[in-house]
Design a protein. Structure first.
Length: 191
């Protein structure tokens, strides 16, 4: 895996799917450890990723074991972004488990290392995951985001997601309260 360069000479991320990731023992073998480092650093910095305290390495390892299992069963997609063989971002969606919700999936997480912010990693990951959802026959891809995560909400809107609900003051982080914003991308209307 090489580095893709833009016309301006800047490195672009290489975005791999789960199968490409696991076919490279050097990357696949270090994925959970590298993902933990990114997630823990982001949570320490106050990122809205669903944890108040940084997750443990064991928690992240178990999480991605479940995600890989879902991918293998056709119930999820995982994408990993690399710059020079260094993990700088990850994201995944999982199909809803309830039988009545099976045609739909939730974009569970998109996380980009602070060192790679502003380099198009989040957009590349999210666009790849949207493509994966379309190919998997997902009808509606949903997500939720903390209301103060303006850059993520802007990104999702720019990729076609629309807000369908909001729970005011629902997310509690210490003394602070934030809205929980629900968004969806309805492939049924897009043909």
């Amino acid at each position: 895996m090489g580095t893709v360069m833009t016309s301006e000479g800047a490195a672009e991320p290489v975005v791999l799917d789960a199968m490409e990731l696991m076919s490279d023992p050097g990357l696949g073998g270090r994925f959970a450890e590298s993902a933990h480092r990114i997630l823990a650093d982001l949570v320490r910095g106050g990122a809205a990723l669903g944890w108040v305290e940084p997750p443990s390495p064991h928690e992240v390892e178990n999480l991605f074991r479940d995600v890989f299992r879902a991918v293998q069963e056709g119930d999820g997609a995982l994408r990993a972004a690399y710059l020079d063989r260094r993990l700088v971002g990850l994201g995944y969606w999982l199909r809803y488990a309830r039988p009545t919700h099976r045609p739909h999936a939730d974009l569970e997480k998109v996380a980009v290392a602070a060192s790679a912010h502003g380099r198009g990693v989040g957009r590349a990951l999210t666009a790849a995951l949207i493509g994966d959802a379309r190919r998997a026959g997902i009808e509606v891809l949903t997500l939720d985001a903390r209301g103060d995560n303006h850059s993520a909400l802007h990104l999702y809107r720019s990729l076609g997601f629309t807000e369908y609900g909001r729970l005011p003051g629902f997310v509690a982080v210490g003394e602070h309260r934030y809205d929980k914003v629900f968004c969806m991308l309805d492939f049924r209307r897009r043909g």
